[in-house]
Design a binder for this molecule. Structure first.
Ligand code: BGC
Length: 728
């Protein structure tokens, strides 16, 4: 090493945040600077003492976090191993680290159906974590809560389809790691309800799992190079997920060749020996069980090679994402630039669900009076709670009803005013606000206004499920009956528009009484201007539902959420629907939902013509085909359409009638058209044409006829049959 480097090396280590243990008197051994992540990890491992190895496989406790966040592992200064700082961040850097950009919910990002947009979303999370010096992200929630849309964490997820969820999540994770922040994917696996989340025992067969939740993880892992996987609190087939050899050793590290490491969810470890042998690599947030790992090794209950493998995986992950080579610089967040991205994501992900009589877009120069009602729309938009909760830049507009801090379980309203943004779009209109606490006062205001916009909201959080999909106001000690509010306003004004702020599906008993509905999800701290841009047509809505909205809870696989008998006894949650999650379940059962997966309106219209199957490379080893078509904007304004390709497998496979296999979002000017080609490649991580064959434990392509559908939602009426292909 040149002298100058030797002299500044201690300084570099300090900047890299090595901190922590290691003798400060002995000169530091520089970590290897060349080779692959694996060879560098092995070289470093060879230098480590047993105590140093054990240090890396367990968190330091969640009261010892120099940079805030959720966890910490001290670096090993004598070897140049940087400290690991763990921070939540599913929808922006989470509370407990510092103020950050509150992005729209992850489900809004999925509703954009746009991996480029998803990459921008991940970049904000990664870069803001980096600005706080947090080098490990606990995000990437990909649980398929479409199985249980009342799940309180649905807002953190990417919807119900494994391929859409997998691709959007992979785009988030790739973008986060490009910032030299280690991304994570969670909660592995089948963590699809919060009710009894520590003891829920998901019962599902191999094929059902491989083609649903596990497929989403498989795509997320393979397409992103994500380096950490968080195992979940629950059990799967009667084994706790963090000591589940099937999930961790067989599927993740075996079948998928995952080279990174598995960390436990916070407190999800249940044993020392079983967890170590069955695939857990790092206990978090503290040392309840892995504190005895050294003893378990010296008594030959766990081989030394297993500890070495855990440490190898952690170190190689750190090398892979640049934690050694590209130390983070703590600096201020570029709040204004990031807020603009948050607004763009919301404008791309909000879904226009109803627009009769062309109620929308509003004309800002002709509308004379607007009543804005409910959900604190004068000053705020709602956010989701739990460990994903962001402390918005500028501070929360409203908190409560529980005090904050601690903010984990309180309701936080992000500071963004739909009312002001609406007024700005219609400067000459009289725009007035009613808080909705008095339905008749709101109706009176609506009656004297040309247009009424009612904001309804459904708070959701980690640690609880929605008691029902009916609007329930948990945000106040004096809850508002929001369904009755909408009905009263709609009765008073025939031009009623509803804006929904929710983490997932809700029921809409008033749907036929209102002219327009915009699903805004939790819109993030630029939500006000984004919603106004959509309502006034500055941006043409182009989001599509990544999750089915049921017509009633009776349509769900489990109309009543399975309940735990107590806090300790595992209880079965039977996923008898198997791989028929979301729209597949509705298709198989013949249910008509309130709104179909893939559905969303625009202010323009589109046509699809000349659809054909091309390059059908039919073969048993690499079937592969393309769908080509001409997409035309047949309306008067620019807009983007998401063309969706679904595939029906041969009846012999016993698959649901169709599955999403490809899509493309295309922006077109009025009258404009584009020839679009969507490729469906069996070599893709999504195994688009396959079923999981339990006998051979492999993906197989069945002989027979495959039907290809094309359209703009999964509803049969929105699809045309492009043709069929036959596999030998
Ligand atoms: C959550 C995780 C989170 C962790 C650390 C757990 O309660 O389930 O998603 O990353 O806490 O905050």
């Amino acid at each position: 090493m040149p002298l100058v480097l030797l002299l500044i090396f201690p300084l570099l280590l300090a900047l890299a945040g090595c901190g922590g243990s290691g003798s400060s008197s002995s000169p530091p051994t520089p970590p290897p600077t060349s080779g692959t992540p694996d060879t560098r990890a092995d070289a470093l491992l060879a230098e480590m003492t047993q105590a140093e190895k054990l240090q890396l496989v367990q968190g330091s406790g969640d009261s010892n976090m120099p940079r805030g966040g959720a966890g910490y592992i001290a670096g090993i200064q004598s070897l140049g191993i940087p400290a690991l700082y763990y921070g939540d961040g599913s929808v922006g850097v989470a509370n407990g680290i510092g103020p950050a950009t509150a992005l729209p919910s992850s489900i809004a990002s999925a509703a954009s159906w746009d991996t480029n947009e998803a990459a921008k979303y991940g970049t904000i999370i990664g870069s803001e974590l980096a600005d706080y010096g947090i080098n490990v992200n606990l995000g990437g929630n990909i649980n398929l809560t479409g199985r249980e849309p009342r799940d309180g964490r649905t807002f953190e997820t990417k919807g119900e389809d494994p391929i859409l969820a997998g691709k959007i999540t992979a785009a988030h994770l790739t973008a986060i790691q490009a910032q030299h922040v280690m991304a994570g994917i969670k909660h592995f696996a089948f963590n699809d309800q919060e009710t009894g989340r520590f003891t829920a025992n998901a019962i599902i067969d191999d094929r059902g799992g491989r083609e649903s939740d596990l497929l989403a993880f498989e795509i997320g892992v393979k397409d992103s190079n994500v380096q950490s996987v968080m195992c979940a609190y629950n059990l799967t087939n009667s084994q706790y997920d963090c000591e589940n050899s099937y999930l961790l050793n067989q599927v993740l590290k075996g079948d998928w060749n995952f080279p990174g490491f598995v960390m436990s969810d916070w407190g999800a470890t249940h044993s020392t020996v079983n967890a170590a042998l069955n695939g857990l690599d790092q206990e978090q947030p503290d040392q309840q069980y892995f504190s005895q790992l050294g003893t378990a090794i010296s008594s030959n209950q766990v081989p030394q090679s297993r500890l070495d493998n855990m440490v190898h995986r952690i170190l190689r992950a750190m090398f892979e994402v640049g934690i050694f080579d590209d130390p983070l610089t703590i600096q201020a967040i570029p709040a204004a630039a990031d807020a603009a991205v948050a607004q763009e994501v919301e404008e791309q992900g909000a879904v226009l669900l109803k627009n009769s009589s062309s109620q929308l877009p509003l004309n800002g120069s002709t509308v004379q009076s607007i009543a804005v009602i409910g959900s604190h729309a004068d000053i705020a938009v709602l956010s989701g709670g739990g460990s994903a909760q962001v402390q918005p830049i500028g501070g929360a507009a409203i908190t409560g009803p529980k005090p904050c801090p601690p903010c984990w379980s309180t309701v936080i309203w992000d500071p963004s005013s739909p009312l002001n943004a609406i007024q700005a779009k219609a400067p000459n209109a009289k725009v007035q606000f009613a808080d909705g606490s008095d339905a008749s006062a709101a109706a009176t205001l609506a009656a004297s206004s040309q247009v009424a916009i009612v904001f309804v909201s459904q708070w959701a959080s980690e640690g609880m499920d929605e008691s029902s999909l009916s609007l329930t106001d948990l945000t106040s000690t004096t809850p508002i009956n929001q369904d009755a509010l909408v009905e009263a306003v709609a009765a008073a004004n025939p031009h009623t528009i509803v804006v929904v702020e929710s983490g997932g599906p809700i029921l809409m008993p008033w749907l036929s009484q209102v002219n327009a509905v915009l699903e805004a999800w939790y819109p993030g701290q630029s939500g006000g201007p984004a919603i106004a841009n959509l309502l006034f047509g500055v941006t043409n809505p182009s989001g599509k539902l990544p999750i089915t909205f049921p017509a009633s809870e009776a349509q769900l696989p489990r109309p009543v959420i399975p309940q735990p008998p107590d806090n300790v006894t595992p209880f079965a949650v039977n996923y008898t629907e198997g791989y028929n999650v979301g729209y597949k379940w509705y298709d198989v059962g013949g249910f008509t939902p309130l709104f179909y997966f893939g559905y969303g309106l625009s202010y323009t219209t589109f046509s699809i013509t000349n659809a054909a199957i091309v390059n059908n490379l039919s073969s048993t080893t690499n079937p592969n085909f393309q769908v080509t078509f001409k997409l035309t904007n047949t309306g008067a304004v620019a807009g983007a359409e998401v063309a969706q390709v679904y595939l029906g497998l041969p009846a012999s496979t016993n698959e649901p009638p169709k599955r999403l296999v490809g899509w493309q979002k295309v922006l077109l000017q009025p009258g404009g058209s584009q020839t679009v080609t969507i490729e469906v490649d069996q070599n893709d991580s999504s195994h688009p044409m396959s079923y999981w064959d339990t006998g051979t434990s492999s993906w197989q392509v069945a002989s027979g006829t495959y039907t290809i559908y094309l359209g703009n939602s999964e509803a049969a009426a929105s699809l045309t049959t492009v043709g069929t292909i036959t596999e030998p």
